[in-house]
Design a binder for this molecule. Structure first.
Ligand code: G1P
Ligand code: ZN
Length: 552
């Protein structure tokens, strides 16, 4: 079917005064309330800035999709019409507009697109009263680098109009081919290519037979983008019984939930694993499918430990059977993976928070696996973190070793020691309170060295900065670190992805060699650090919050 269109794009005047200048450039895009995005010309102005900045737009191929939240389909309609007005040759989108972030990364790479526009506010709630977001990925399939985001923001400040073609909406109900003016549009099933990629990486037969032998698993899609992917993967391809995928229907408001797979927001799943013996393995992904949480019976896997365990067992997975070239973790992630990397004699890089910092290392083959404490793990198969990939990786290891999650963790800790780890988030605090607290602590840092803190002596303190080993770019002011004599540390950061007030993140870590007593609760093991940082940074006093909003 072809829709005939006027060849001349319509130029519309922009009414807003530089609406994006307050956006922190942490998300390779724009994340705001749905209400804000519904303002006239708001989405359009940001898309205009992207299309003016993205290299190769003229005659290029663009991937467009999203996590299914409220506004997803309408935004795809706008972007398609604007893409046609900007001279793109071909646009690829998906049925229902549903495309997970890792699946988008894969599509961009293998269809050799100039990049992609992903409509998602990741793990933030959706719906009319929730959040919406626009993320831009480059030709390598990864989040656009900071330099690109800055160019886009500069462009939004001088925009006076945007170009769009007036045409009726393309149907996203079924796969098909369309066109708007001279731009062709392909609506494809956003799940198939991703499943094929997973089949090439993992041994599905082995996982299938392990599940068949009586290893009940459960997956919580949190009414977000992974519902269709997970049902096809676990129930159709791997033979898990119907009902293995909970909350599998993507909903525009995620069923009113907060699609962030952690112990607070995925409580239904956590209760099933931690308080019943119905399942041996449980997992969940976030709104756009790039995060993962792994649980065993009676056991929660800390994401930092997860990265270390995947690294230690990577050779079990066909795609990594030859070993890893190196690994990377974000700075606040625990150093559990560092010890494994040392043992494997491979490089381990420490990067700032945010997936985009892994891009150069992956592109230049310096690392194979990478991860963040914020439930993100991935590899060189795409340029985004990948929730379902991590779940399959875990299942592959468990199928091969024929052991439980708890056994695997114990074995790992007895070999490498344990990094007790926790992140405490204080959400939605007034922005000035957060900045004052952070600024005051930063000023105190030099004086802390040599002082007593949490029963230890402070060895070093700094505000983390990173020089990219590939292109030499510098990222500074990436988080305050207090490192103690015994290697324990506290990191303090302000979130770059929140949309309401400020979020203060406190990362706590303490290492213990294997001594047979590694079953302590992490909050207990970290107590001196928790008390110490609260007193030092005056967290309770300044925020008025008696306890963190979320503890992971
Ligand atoms: C958070 C996480 C970070 C992750 C980002 C995007 O950013 O902490 O690791 O890369 O979301 O998923 P933050 O809000 O801390 O800036
Ligand atoms: Zn996400």
């Amino acid at each position: 079917m072809s829709i005939s269109e006027p060849l001349q794009p319509i130029r519309k005047k922009i009414r807003l005064d530089s609406p994006f200048t307050d956006q922190k450039p942490g998300t390779s895009g724009l994340r705001k309330s749905t209400k804000q995005f519904s303002e006239p010309n708001y989405l359009e102005s940001f898309i205009e800035a992207i299309l003016r900045t993205l290299p190769g737009v003229n005659q290029g191929v663009l991937v467009i999709g999203g996590d299914g939240r409220y506004g997803n389909k309408q935004a795809i309609d706008v972007i398609l019409r604007m893409a046609a007005a900007h001279g793109l040759r071909h646009a690829i989108t998906t049925t229902g507009g549903i495309l997970s972030t890792p699946a988008a990364s894969n599509l961009i790479r293998y269809r050799k697109a100039i990049g992609g526009i992903i409509l998602s506010a990741s793990h933030n709630p959706g719906g009319e009263n929730g959040d919406f977001g626009v993320k831009v990925n480059g030709a390598n399939g990864g989040p656009a680098p900071e330099s690109f985001t800055e160019q886009v923001y500069s462009c939004t400040k001088i925009l006076e109009d945007y170009a769009i073609v007036d045409s009726s909406s393309i149907s996203l109900d079924l796969p098909g081919q369309y066109s708007i003016g001279s731009m062709t549009i392909e609506v494809l099933d956003g799940i198939e290519d991703y499943i094929s990629l997973m089949e090439r990486l993992f041994d599905f037969d082995l996982i299938r037979s392990a599940l068949k032998k009586g290893f009940p698993i459960v997956f919580d899609a949190m009414h977000a983008v992974t519902g269709g992917y997970a049902t096809r993967l676990f129930e159709d391809c791997l033979g898990a019984p119907k009902g293995t995928v909970l909350n599998g229907l993507p909903l525009e408001d995620f069923g009113g939930g907060h699609p962030d797979p952690n112990l607070t927001y995925a409580k239904e799943l956590a209760d099933l694993l931690l308080n019943t013996d119905s399942y041996c393995f449980g997992a969940a992904c976030d709104g756009d499918g790039d995060r993962n949480m792994i649980l065993g019976q009676g056991c929660f896997v800390n994401p930092s430990d997860s990265l270390a365990i995947l690294t230690a067992n990577a050779k079990i997975v066909p795609a990594y059977s030859k070993g890893l070239v190196g690994v990377a973790r974000s700075m606040p992630t625990s150093s559990a993976v560092d010890i494994v990397a040392k043992d494997l004699k491979i490089d381990c890089f420490e990067t700032p928070t945010g997936w985009k910092f892994f891009g150069n290392l992956l592109d230049s083959d310096r690392i194979t696996l990478c991860g963040e404490e914020s439930f993100g793990t991935g590899s060189n198969h795409v340029r985004e973190k990948d929730g379902l990939w991590a779940v399959l990786f875990w299942l592959q290891i468990l199928a091969q070793k024929q052991c439980t999650v708890a056994d695997l963790m114990s074995q790992h800790w007895s070999k490498y020691g344990r990094h007790y780890y926790s992140r405490h988030d204080y959400e939605d605090i007034p922005i000035d309170v957060a900045h004052d607290l952070y600024g005051r602590l930063e000023l105190m840092l030099p004086k802390l060295v040599g002082q007593e803190f949490a029963g230890q002596t402070v060895k070093t303190t700094d505000n983390f900065s990173y020089v990219d080993p590939i292109d030499g770019s510098i990222a500074s002011n990436q988080g305050l670190r207090i490192i103690l004599d015994d290697g324990s540390r506290v990191v303090v950061r302000l979130s770059g992805t929140g949309t309401k007030g400020a979020t203060l993140r406190i990362y706590l870590e303490r290492y213990e060699h294997s001594n047979g007593n590694l079953r302590q609760h992490s909050q207990k093991a970290l107590e001196p650090l928790i008390i110490g940082i609260d007193a030092l940074a005056e967290i309770t006093q300044r925020t008025g919050l008696e306890r963190p909003t979320v503890i992971t």
